[in-house]
Design a protein around this ligand. Structure first.
Ligand code: NAD
Length: 474
């Protein structure tokens, strides 16, 4: 029998399940169709597990350096099985939480593969969803007034470097490692590559990053990229930029992999026990029935308007499947905007220049708004304020005083255009800059805000004052 809904959401990741909760709060009869597990990539194969491993790596490093703090600990060893168990426990706790939220919101969850059907006996418009149930029971037919597609993305392989789950790893595979490899080649020095490089070097692996572009984390401000490169190299990570890997030269033999790459110093051969390929993610647009609709896909992503409507105005799409900033918090806010639009309420389009971006390596990096280069390219006359953590008492107390906060402001209006940070706990501190962007703050207003002493956040206040040459401690 067919079941009717106000809203069916395809995909129960961060984009999908957050949208479902808001829809239920607004009184919409809502269901999620999820082929794997509620929580999606972020909870099971992305943000949460990788951050759990990064935290263990950080604690391991800190324990090894504890004598600096006057704490003698004796022999430090790594129990990687326990590291993985801890990661699983965190996932399990959060997964139970998400399932509980679905129950609380009276959101029906169908475990299976959902496909959008074209016009049929159930509806004159495309949008009826057929669910092939995981438990092998009969297909379910769901008739919604609206649909949100939130099917996410998956690691993108490089031609010739097919993931095998053993030697050539995707980030999904790397999360399941049973031991720390003695050495690893990381192809792609973006967010994923750098988080893994930082984690694995702290766990004791020999790490080489082969990045095609001229700098690692190329979407960050150039000064942040350079500082990240400097600090990772100082910790022993070998970083090769302008490296073009020659996939056809890859060889797997006796538990190791070799590959050649064209570099500034000519063609070189690299060898390691494992290889992680982290060159981006591709949207999950296949097998969900898009061919039964007018929905347009361009460069592998579903095309939407500012309210996330596809060409079929009652079918929306949010999160990684539409491209743009592939971040969990972006997906959830896109989902909320789509639901508000469906419910006929206030739905403000998202201003993507207010979205914080975070890298959870050691050191961390975080940013919001325009880089200095982007601001200049957009015709702004900019003024820059920069403040080092070296002059921040709390950073010295922590024993982590590398890095800085950099503020890009409009010379004419003093408006904050971008804030870029690298250093201790900056992924938590970036929210202040996000709020400042949302409130359209001027640099002087951030500088005028009283930052408690001693805290790391003083670096933000000082950088804002530095925009007009008024920083106190520099
Ligand atoms: P990315 O786009 O961030 O970086 C890919 C990197 O690979 C780039 O530096 C690119 O120049 C390089 N590259 C591309 N082709 C290459 C080649 N042939 N050889 C060598 N280098 C090559 O992609 P990612 O790191 O895979 O991450 C995927 C997505 O997931 C991103 O959108 C990212 O923001 C998101 N993500 C975010 C977080 C976070 O917020 N902390 C964590 C993980 C992933």
């Amino acid at each position: 029998m067919a079941e009717e809904y106000d809203l069916i959401i395809l995909g129960g990741g961060t984009g999908g399940y957050v949208a479902a909760i808001r829809a239920s709060q607004l009184g919409l009869k809502t269901a999620i169709v999820e082929k794997s597990k509620l929580g999606g990539t972020c909870l099971h194969k992305g943000c949460i597990p990788s951050k759990a491993l990064l935290r263990s790596a950080e604690v391991f490093k800190m324990a090894k350096n504890s004598e600096e703090f006057g704490v003698n600990t004796g022999d430090i060893t790594l129990n990687f099985t326990k590291v993985q168990e801890r990661k699983q426990e965190i996932i399990h706790t959060l997964y139970s939480g998400v399932k509980g939220l679905m129950k609380k919101g009276k959101i029906d969850v169908y475990e299976g593969i959902g496909r959008i059907l074209g016009p049929s006996i159930f509806s004159p418009m495309p949008g009826t969803v057929s669910v092939e149930m995981n438990d092998g029971t009969d297909n379910q037919m769901l008739i919604p007034k609206n649909v949100i597609i939130a099917t996410g993305s998956r690691p993108r392989p490089l031609p010739g470097l097919t993931f095998d789950g053993d030697v050539i790893l995707s980030s999904d595979d790397a999360l399941e490692l049973e031991s720390v490899p003695s050495s690893i080649l990381i192809v792609g020095g973006g967010v994923i590559g750098i988080e893994w490089a930082s984690m694995l070097v702290d766990f004791g692996a020999k790490v080489t990053v082969l990045e095609y572009g001229g700098r690692i984390v190329p979407t960050e401000d150039e000064e942040v990229s350079r500082e990240m490169e400097r600090l990772l190299k100082k910790r022993g990570v070998d970083i090769v930029t302008k490296a073009r890997v020659l996939a056809e030269t890859m060889e797997k033999r006796d538990g190791s992999v070799t590959i050649q790459a064209e570099t500034a110093e000519g063609v070189k051969t690299y060898a390691a026990e494992k290889m992680l390929v982290s060159v981006g993610r591709q949207a999950n647009v296949e097998g969900i029935g898009l061919e039964n609709t007018e929905i347009e896909v361009e460069k592998g992503h579903i095309l939407v308007n500012e309210f996330y409507q596809t060409k079929e105005s009652h079918i929306y799409a949010v999160g990684d499947v539409i491209g743009g900033l592939q971040l969990a918090h972006v997906a959830s806010h896109e989902g909320l905007t789509a639901v508000h639009h469906i419910a006929g309420g206030e739905a403000d389009p998202i201003d993507y220049t207010t979205v914080p971006k975070c890298i959870y390596s050691s050191p961390e990096a975080a940013s919001v708004g325009l880089t200095e280069q982007e601001a200049k390219e957009q015709g702004y006359k900019v003024k820059i304020g920069k403040f080092s953590f070296r002059a921040i008492g709390k950073a010295l107390v922590y024993g982590e005083s590398d890095g800085f906060v950099k503020i890009v402001a409009d010379k004419q209006t003093d408006d904050l255009l971008g804030v870029h940070m690298i250093g201790p706990h900056v992924t938590d501190m970036i929210s202040e800059a996000g709020l400042a962007r949302v409130l359209d703050a001027a640099a002087w207003e951030v500088g005028h805000t009283i930052h408690p002493h001693p805290t790391l956040s003083e670096a933000v206040g000082e950088a804002a004052l530095a925009v007009d040459g008024k920083a106190i401690h520099s």
